[in-house]
Design a protein. Structure first.
Length: 255
């Protein structure tokens, strides 16, 4: 935590919420096949989509260090999770995206805005090494450590996030996200559903390259992210109970 705080101080204080003309992450290095301008154009697309498709409520953006090596990890329940976080978080974050998506026009777009292709079943070492270089230089990498879309409880994770964080000695920020997934059994998409994003506190991963270091980093990431998702789920459930009580009281008053 101390190193994460030091990075925040060195970068001029906590990150500010993303605005159209103030995206954040101006000093972040980018993959060598894209440019800062292209990444920021992609972030603008993410911002526009987030407003068109959802009613987003984000809390904790100030927990993201404004500079320095950063690994962002999030639960993953829907395809749109990546574009939403890419646009709305205050760093230029290159996400590791499943290779099947990076085909055709969509693949061209995602590559142009700085995303990496990775095989979900067997993460390719060359992709991890390629993303490690800008991370060590002070950049930001985003990973859905579950490796695929799930119910989002983060019960198991792959080692990619832990490997990158340990090799770079990076800060890690967990992000819990709910609301982008279509409810089970619902065929018709919802109109601008409410999406909640909670950004947890940054924590440091000790630098290391061995198996034990990576396993320890992976375990810590899984635990921190699972706790944050659980807290968000409890908050959502509490709000739902409060809403039902309020509606019940209103009906009693009306009668």
């Amino acid at each position: 935590m101390a190193n994460a705080a030091a990075r925040s101080d060195a970068g001029g204080g906590p990150s500010l919420p993303v605005r159209w003309r103030r995206l954040g992450g101006d000093a972040d290095p980018v993959p060598d096949w894209t440019t800062p301008r292209n990444m920021d154009r992609g972030r603008h697309i993410g911002i526009a989509l987030s407003h068109l498709l959802y009613r987003m409520h984000i809390r904790g953006e100030e927990n993201i260090p404004p500079a320095g090596p950063l690994v962002v990890v999030s639960n993953h329940t829907a395809f749109m999770d990546g574009p939403m976080l890419f646009g709305r978080l205050p760093r230029r974050i290159s996400f590791l995206v499943k290779a099947e998506v990076l085909r055709g026009p969509l693949g061209w777009l995602l590559r142009t805005v700085g995303q990496y292709a990775i095989n979900r079943a067997a993460p390719q070492r060359e992709v991890l090494l390629a993303s490690l270089a800008p991370l060590k230089a002070g950049g930001a990498i985003g990973i859905f450590p579950e490796g695929q879309r799930t119910a989002g409880a983060v019960s198991t994770v792959f080692h990619g996030a832990g490997w990158l964080a340990a090799r770079a000695g990076a800060a890690v920020v967990p992000v819990a996200l709910r609301g982008t997934a279509r409810p089970v059994g619902r065929r018709v998409p919802r109109f601008r559903p409410r999406v909640r994003v909670r950004v947890g506190e940054a924590f440091d991963i000790p630098r290391g390259a061995g198996k034990l270091a990576v396993e320890a980093a992976t375990s810590t990431i899984q635990q921190r992210l699972a706790v944050l998702v659980s807290q968000l789920d409890a908050e959502i459930a509490g709000d739902a109970r409060h809403g039902r009580r309020a509606r019940g009281a209103g009906q009693v008053g009306a009668s």
